[in-house]
Design a protein around this ligand. Structure first.
Ligand SMILES: Nc1ncnc2c1ncn2[C@@H]1O[C@H](COP(=O)(O)OP(=O)(O)OP(=O)(O)O)[C@@H](O)[C@H]1O
Length: 617
């Protein structure tokens, strides 16, 4: 069983209970729908009863013409009234049912979206983005479609069958019992078939999720696909996923076919059994008399039809129900995923830059290999620390732990001396910011992207922040200034410009702990100077942790932490670590050689540096 399969598995009843728990779907609404369905079914069932009444008390009875016509008139009027009542209550029930289901699905969709936004990046059960999208779009739609067609008729059919059976029992219990036995036997006999259908539809829904995931990945990576000329290979992969969905859908055909025939066989069985028992009783072969009038027989046969038809329909639409159930299950499963990392309730935090402490912190993404182990580090308030180390040494994991994107599997992370798990989300996001290497920009204007950093921020706040970071001239130079659109994911801006927007957005947050993953992408010298200046101003007065990819960043930090194989192996100032002559000194020598032989860093950039030399908080 894979990690993703380890989610809670919901049976139909548990699934419906879960939906009721998470939505405002009330028991009262369900009762009202059931009452309306019963009234509608009663209206339909009343027809055979009126026919029986007319037959027994007028058409086949020895009464005078006046009495006959009175009885027929009453029967016809009652029949018309019953049809009208059935029509109106059926319409109201349909409306209620669709509205209720739509509302519940809307609520589920909203909840699922909210949960996706708060998903823990470390939850191994979380799907890829595309598959999650499929869950809140396609899977919800399948349920909606079913509710609007099969769901309504299922409610109507089941109520009609129940009522028809009750009236049949009132007419004559032996054949009614037979109908009941066969009626109960059908779902029991078809149980494994239903499970078979359910499994096949689960596979279809998973396949559709994977198809979405592949499509989304291709759209996001379209530039890379074109750049490497791998369109054909990607198309083949996409086709393979489309084929997989088609095959999964084809595999539902056999069980669905059997499903339909089960309904047909059952209805044939019921009709034949009733006729046989009726005839046998009529000729005295059963040893008992059914004692039925001609009207009763006609009414009974009508009622059998009223039982058999909906049963046939209900059984054949069970396949659609299984598909909808599979979709609903995939939506509900999202709600079971870890809701981000545990947010506490503490909102009051000490003022000023954060002191950071890790006590015996360990983290592993997979059970077999720790990404970090037994890390003990104290970073003083206002200190500027550079994190260096080879790729895969645990730098990003460390950054995620101090910003609570991950919670430690062992040990404790403390900010301002408080366990990070106790701090409320709102407080943490106001005081702690992380700037990734290539920050994500939304398809809005430069000004709007920056303003996102602070709730309620307007153009004046944005301008003030830009002035603070020395970026006013840069924004003025953009085609439409602050109103310049950045395009999808910020594609209309250069990598350096995207960094500037991200830095300004972070400055809006005005955090007391700043964690930066230094950009490695090539930025032209002019923009780089701007970036470094903005960084120098942004980091001033804040505890800053930088994952350093540049030599001068480590050189100018107060302190350097060298990571190796998930642990801090060297800790000290740049000078101290150089003097130590260990890993850092060797890494630094390689950096130095590469920066001389490959791309010399402009002196103005070195002077600007993230941590200007000599600056200590
Ligand atoms: N989401 C993940 N799932 C599984 N393993 C992961 C995940 N993220 C990181 N790892 C593993 O954890 C270890 C530490 O990764 P981490 O990203 O912290 O290293 P890093 O020093 O930041 O590397 P880089 O400089 O390349 O970003 C690596 O072995 C990495 O393969």
């Amino acid at each position: 069983m894979s990690a993703k399969d380890s989610r809670r598995v919901y049976g139909t009843a548990a699934l419906l209970r879960r939906v009721r728990r998470d939505t405002t779907l009330s028991r009262r609404t369900l009762v009202v729908i059931l009452v309306l369905a019963t009234v509608a079914a009663s209206g339909r069932i009343a027809i055979p009863v009126t026919i029986q009444y007319a037959l027994d008390h007028a058409l086949l009875a020895e009464v005078d013409a006046q009495a006959r016509s009175r009885v027929v008139t009453v029967a016809v009027l009652a029949g018309v009234a019953a049809v009208l009542v059935a029509m109106v209550s059926s319409a109201v029930m349909n409306h209620r049912l669709i509205r209720t289901v739509e509302h519940a699905l809307y609520e589920l969709r909203v909840l699922a979206f909210a949960r996706i936004l708060r998903l823990s990046p470390a939850d191994p059960r979380a799907d890829s983005a595309g598959s999650l999208v499929a869950r809140v779009t396609n899977d919800v739609d399948v349920v909606t479609l079913y509710a609007q067609s099969g769901g309504i008729t299922l409610v109507q059919n089941v109520t009609q069958m129940t009522l028809a059976l009750a009236v049949m029992l009132a007419y004559s219990w032996p054949p009614a019992l037979l109908v009941l036995l066969i009626g109960i036997g059908v779902p029991i006999a078809g149980h494994s078939l239903q499970q078979w259908v359910g499994r096949r539809f689960d596979a279809v829904r998973v396949g559709i999720g994977e198809l979405y995931a592949g499509l989304l990945e291709m759209l996001v990576g379209i530039d890379t696909i074109r750049a490497y000329g791998i369109e054909d290979r990607m198309r083949e992969r996409a086709e393979a996923r489309v084929d997989a969905v088609r095959d999964a859908q084809c595999r539902t055909l056999w069980p669905m076919g059997f499903n339909v025939s089960i309904g047909e066989v059952a209805s044939g069985l019921i009709t034949t059994a009733v006729l046989l028992v009726g005839t046998a009783a009529g000729v005295g072969a059963t040893g008992f008399s059914l004692d039925l009038s001609a009207g009763d027989v006609v009414a009974f046969l009508f009622l059998v039809t009223f039982f058999v038809r909906p049963m046939q329909f209900a059984v054949s639409s069970l396949a659609d129900a299984r598909n909808a159930e599979a979709g609903l299950r995939r939506v509900v499963e999202i709600l079971d995923l870890d809701e981000g990392v545990g947010a506490g309730a503490r909102t009051a935090l000490p003022a000023g830059p954060a002191a950071v402490e890790l006590r015996g912190v360990g983290y592993r993404y997979t059970p077999d290999r720790p990404a970090l182990h037994e890390v003990d580090v104290r970073i003083a308030a206002g200190e500027h620390v550079a994190i260096v180390g080879e790729t895969g040494s645990g730098k990003s994991t460390f950054a995620k732990l101090v910003t609570r994107q991950l919670l430690p599997r062992s040990g404790t992370v403390l900010l301002w001396g408080i366990d990070i798990a106790e701090i409320a989300d709102s407080a943490l996001t106001r005081r702690v910011a992380i700037v990734p290497q290539d920050a994500f920009l939304f398809d809005r204007t430069v000004g709007e992207n920056i303003a996102l950093g602070r709730e309620g921020a307007g153009p004046d706040d944005v301008s003030a922040v830009l002035a603070e970071l020395g970026l006013t001239d840069w924004v003025r130079g953009l085609p439409d200034g602050l109103d310049t659109g950045v395009g999808q994911r910020g594609e209309s801006l250069s990598a350096g410009e995207r960094q500037l927007v991200a830095l300004a957005r972070t400055a809006m947050v005005d955090p007391d702990l700043l964690v930066l993953d230094e950009a490695t992408s090539g930025v032209d010298a002019g923009t780089d100077v701007r970036v470094q200046r903005a960084l120098a101003r942004l980091t001033r007065g804040r505890t800053t942790i930088v994952i350093a990819h540049r030599m001068h960043t480590a050189e100018s930090a107060d302190r350097v932490l060298l990571f190796h194989e998930g642990g801090v192996v060297e800790d000290g100032s740049h000078a101290e670590l150089l003097a130590l002559g260990g890993r850092y000194a060797r890494l630094h020598a390689v950096w130095r050689r590469d920066s001389v032989t490959a791309a010399p860093v402009p002196t103005e950039v070195i002077r600007a540096g993230v941590f200007p030399a000599g600056f200590a908080g």
